[in-house]
Design a protein around this ligand. Structure first.
Ligand code: JFZ
Length: 434
């Protein structure tokens, strides 16, 4: 009898661990991953009632506010200049091929017509419009993919189990903490998002880290939630900004504020997986609109960041924080337009490429598409560039002008007679290789 119980227990264990390991992406999911990886460039939108305070999307927690006082901003949210078409046109003009928008950030405010909470843009604001529906329609019209940011962490609801952030946020009833209730709430919201807004190419979860210091490891029940996402839309890519190597059930790997393999912000030390990669970055210093932060990166810096991401085989998700009136900041629109001009000319060396043969160097980086290897030179102080390559180089030409670049085969690679490169955003040499 004991033996029987033991073997039943063993079988149960094996089945349980098997099912935890059993995520097999569907064919449409794999197709969606390939399309995602070809896009290379997307625009992130952080927009919510936090935009009105104009101090970034963490204001509720950073200022340690009473969440009920904070919530009063909703009743004054009237972004009368919001025009989904204008947004999508400005974003499309940048060369970006997808948009990821915050549907519900940590403050708990929902930016769509959710039936499960009144704390949303239709029921709690005088504006009363479902901006997500408008945006989804504009995206469809302009053939741009839509991704949805969704926060796991919550700083306002009573039922959310408190994590390491928002400790000083007041106005919540501690006696009502109830994980099953909160988990159910999230899943109902996810069901709305993946049912009522057409095809959603990715869902971008964030907030796992809120419980990364718990004494007893916190169980987010991600397997169940990911399965829900995939059952509602099999092609929807699951992403999670947990700063770990991807978990079972995730379809892409995301990084924050750093290129894969780099870690200047302390959020991205994790190993690089074989899943499609994306890194998100701010255009100034904040995600949500912040009135004092006019410290925008130059277009040159942004283009080089995009090129460098491609050089690592990753997409760039570049953030814009719309103003409380619904407009994208002019400084952002200007940079998007300039990036688009560049992408119009040089996008072929970025879209649909993979990481190049040579890792990022001080002078620049490389991307590859089939037999073409693109050498992206940002700065080069010397007259020639040695490239260690395993492949054979058949020809070398300046991308755009077609001008021939002399080269010599040397041991272990080629020496390109580039001449000094300075004052260019990105001087590209196209190598035909075999
Ligand atoms: C997260 C969000 O908190 C942030 O507001 C923004 O949406 C960004 C894209 O993603 O950034 C983080 C993630 C983790 C921590 C801090 C910010 N952390 O571990 O403290």
């Amino acid at each position: 009898m004991k033996k029987l119980i033991l073997s039943i227990a063993l079988i149960t264990l094996t089945v349980a661990s098997l099912s935890a390991q059993s995520y097999v992406p569907t064919e449409e999911n794999l197709q969606s991953r390939r399309e995602f990886a070809e896009d290379r460039f997307g625009v992130f939108i952080h927009w919510g009632i936090y935009s009105m305070f104009a101090q970034g999307e963490w204001y509720l927690q950073n200022a340690g506010l009473d969440c009920n006082e904070y919530a009063k901003a909703a009743d004054a949210f009237y972004p009368h200049r919001f025009d989904a078409n204008e947004w999508v046109e400005a974003i499309k003009a940048s060369g970006a091929r997808y948009i990821c928008i915050t549907t519900r950030h940590h403050d708990s405010f929902s930016m769509w017509d959710t039936a499960i909470s009144d704390y949303n843009i239709v029921d709690a604001t005088p504006f009363g419009r479902d901006i997500l529906a408008e945006l989804a329609e504009a995206c469809r019209e302009h053939d741009i993919a839509l991704h949805l940011y969704y926060s796991h962490a919550d700083w306002s609801r009573d039922d959310y189990p408190r994590g390491r952030t928002a400790r000083t946020v007041t106005g919540r009833d501690e006696s009502l903490i109830d994980w099953p209730h909160y988990f159910n709430f999230m899943n109902q919201q996810i069901e709305e998002l993946l049912t009522n807004y057409g095809p959603i190419r990715a869902i971008w979860f964030d907030g796992w880290w809120d419980h990364d210091e718990d004494v007893t490891p916190f169980d987010w029940q991600l397997d169940e939630q990911y399965a829900l996402v995939h059952s509602l839309q099999p092609s929807c890519l699951v992403a999670n900004n947990h700063h770990q190597v991807p978990f079972e059930g995730e379809d892409i790997q995301i990084f924050e504020r750093d290129l894969p393999g780099e870690n200047t912000h302390g959020l991205s030390g994790q190993a690089i997986s074989r899943l499609p990669l994306e890194t998100c970055q701010t255009m100034n210093g904040m995600w949500g609109y912040k009135v004092v932060d006019q410290n925008y990166k130059s277009t040159e810096t942004l283009i080089r960041y995009l090129v460098s991401a491609a050089g690592k085989g990753a997409n760039l998700l570049l953030n814009v924080g719309p103003q409380p009136n619904g407009e994208l900041p002019a400084a952002a629109v200007e940079r998007l337009a300039q990036m688009g001009e560049w992408m119009n000319q040089y996008g072929d060396t970025i879209y649909g490429t993979e990481a190049g043969d040579i890792a990022q160097q001080e002078w620049g980086c490389t991307t590859r598409k089939g037999d073409r290897l693109y050498i992206h030179i940002f700065n080069l102080a010397q007259e020639a560039l040695y490239l260690p390559l395993d492949c054979r180089v058949l020809s070398a030409n300046v991308y755009g002008t077609g001008e021939r670049v002399e080269f010599q085969r040397v041991s272990g690679g080629v020496l390109l007679e580039t001449g000094v490169v300075e004052g260019e955003v990105d001087y590209i040499i196209e190598l035909r290789t075999r």
